[in-house]
Design a protein around this ligand. Sequence first.
Ligand SMILES: Nc1ncnc2c1ncn2[C@@H]1O[C@H](COP(=O)(O)OP(=O)(O)OP(=O)(O)O)[C@@H](O)[C@H]1O
Length: 318
Amino acid sequence: MAIITVDHLRKTYGARVAVEDVSFSVEEGEVFGIVGRNGAGKTTTVECVAGLRTPTSGMIELDVGPGADLKEQVGVQLQECSLPDKIRVGEALSLYASFYRRPADWRALAAEAGLDLRASFATLSGGQRQRLSVALALVGSPRVAILDELTTGLDPQARRETWELVTRIRQRGVTVLLVTHFMEEVERLCDRVAVISRGRVRAVDTPAGLVARAGGEQRLVFRTDKPLTAERIARLRALPEVTSATVKSAVDGGVEGAVEGGETTIAGDGDLLSAVTAVLPTSLMRGLRMERTTLDDAFLALTEPSQAPSHAPSQEES
Ligand SMILES: Nc1ncnc2c1ncn2[C@@H]1O[C@H](COP(=O)(O)OP(=O)(O)OP(=O)(O)O)[C@@H](O)[C@H]1O
């Protein structure tokens, strides 16, 4: 069942179109990613879903139950979390908890986020601040958590700790809408992802589905000391796992053979390595490497470098 439905969302700021036409739906309990280059319209989209911005047109539906208070059912962690330097973690959490009718156990939330209740905001590391902002987003026991660029600027260890926190949030059944720039984060956390470019959705799929769309093939790349014979090249090309074999070749006396020291690239799927090495032993290959289409490749193929959909002068509006 879809808990979030976004249908033809459009948002303009004066003459600037931040979101041109965005539609997607998020199933209950999913971690749903939103990716796109800088200025693609990701934050504007999730801010509209959170009720922080008013769409210019289109529809947003949150199915959080009859009579539910949207502000209680949607917890938001925005890109920057700023609190007074002197406020302690426990004070911030208890203050936020007082805003809700049925707050979560904020001490348990702090423990889950690995936070010391007595630590003051000024002394927290970047990772701790991000985990505090997630805990603050969850203090109202929401059914949906919106997390915007959660791990930007964090070191690899802090990033992993934050990912573990998101995994625990999903285990509790909270639906997560996650804006991110990191494809590794998408692969680890997201069930599905919407790719936004210039204010439009270019694809909605699983991370593996996006890679497959980008031609998710494997490539074996190697050199051989001796040129490959035409017979060996033909046997490689005939393998069912092989879709193409690019051999630096030359025709000598009417016989095709690989150029000495030339690079060979064999693309295909399935158990490509075993199939190829049955025809060509690895002892004849030099510098063998296996390349695969990555989510980064898929992302780059689906998005364009340009920023916002329109390039009218920027106007600060809400
Ligand atoms: N309040 C605003 N007033 C005017 N223009 C805005 C406003 N907020 C965003 N924009 C513009 O709308 C476009 C989309 O911005 P948005 O922040 O949604 O993109 P984003 O994909 O989240 O980018 P980033 O990855 O850099 O955070 C950008 O060109 C941005 O400059």
